[in-house]
Design a protein around this ligand. Structure first.
Ligand code: GUE
Length: 274
């Protein structure tokens, strides 16, 4: 499954909508990117997001904050962006330094600007299949399934990982589409035998090549949402390829669709505010 190809389609449509927004309002859609500290991987990801925004006709306002920023300072900064009519979407890059209350910081994002889908409001909307912004990586995963004709209805989906912006919302989106969902995590016993019953596997663990080929049921659909150092996924790709009907590569799978969704949702937020 090519995320690169799907992302190109989404970004092309998004760029056309961004141009239409600019014709109508005289300004471009604007995404604020907030980065606390200077973790090299995070710096790279935020740069990628801003570059792709620019190419799609979306401006970005970058807000770099020192690693020592307090929760109160971060919350205040995000509240200002939430109140600023020139800003249509807000991305707070995860993870933030350990001393910061990340949930409090996410919740300072106004729901109508939560284009990254990280607030409790967005999580509830995803869970109840109500309109709202999807968490970008899980939303991108659903778009990949749709693009490749995989209907989750009645299928056993096994999500490995329960993080707030990946595993947990992915499970909610799959459940909203009538999959039978099992969420596995670090305390799960006998993970391989659970994964062996999956029609759809979503790997969101954060451990390179953790999911092995002999865990994959023949004909299963394998989504690798891992982004480990050196562009290595959570799935042993060559092994899993031998068993899976469809599988996403890393790079070129889930990653590009994540960014495409962020841009698409930013333009949607801009139109909704205008
Ligand atoms: N609030 C928040 N929202 C996020 O969505 C979020 C985040 N924090 N923190 C970090 C993770 C990571 N992430 C990636 C996005 C795209 C690629 C991506 O496109 N990777 C390319 C490879 C890299 C390259 O092309 O250089 C690919 O898979 O093809 C990877 C990782 C979003 N994240």
């Amino acid at each position: 499954m090519s995320g690169t190809e799907l992302a190109a389609t989404i970004v092309k449509e998004t760029a056309e909508r961004a141009a239409e927004f600019e014709r109508r309002t005289g300004t471009k859609p604007c995404l604020a990117t907030v980065l606390v500290g200077d973790d090299p991987a995070s710096v790279t990801y935020v740069k990628m997001k801003r570059n792709r925004s620019a190419k799609a006709g979306i401006t970005s306002r970058h807000v770099p904050l020192p690693a020592e920023t307090t929760t109160e300072e971060l919350v205040a900064t995000i509240r200002e962006l939430s109140a600023d009519p020139a800003v249509h979407g807000i991305l707070l890059q995860h993870p933030v330094p350990a001393h910061i209350d990340e949930r409090a910081a996410f919740e300072a994002i106004a729901p109508e600007k939560d284009v990254d889908g990280v607030t409790m409001h967005s999580f509830a909307a995803m869970s109840f299949a109500e309109p709202g912004f999807a968490s970008c990586t899980p939303g991108g995963i659903m778009r990949l399934l749709d693009a490749y004709g995989v209907d989750p209805r009645g299928k056993h989906a096994v999500v490995i990982g329960r993080s707030p912006i990946l595993g947990k919302p992915a499970a909610m989106l799959l459940l909203a589409r009538d999959a039978t969902v099992t969420v596995c995590h670090s305390r799960t016993q006998d993970l391989p035998s659970i994964v062996r019953t999956a029609d759809i596997v979503v790997a969101a663990v954060g451990k390179p090549e953790f999911v092995r080929g002999d865990w994959i049921k023949p004909g299963a659909v394998v989504i690798d949402a891992g982004y480990n150092e050196g562009n290595v996924g959570d799935v042993a790709y060559a092994e899993a390829l031998a068993h899976a009907a469809l599988i996403t590569p890393v790079p070129g799978g889930v990653g590009p669709t994540t960014i495409a969704l962020l841009l698409e949702q930013t333009v949607t937020a801009a139109f909704a505010a205008s």
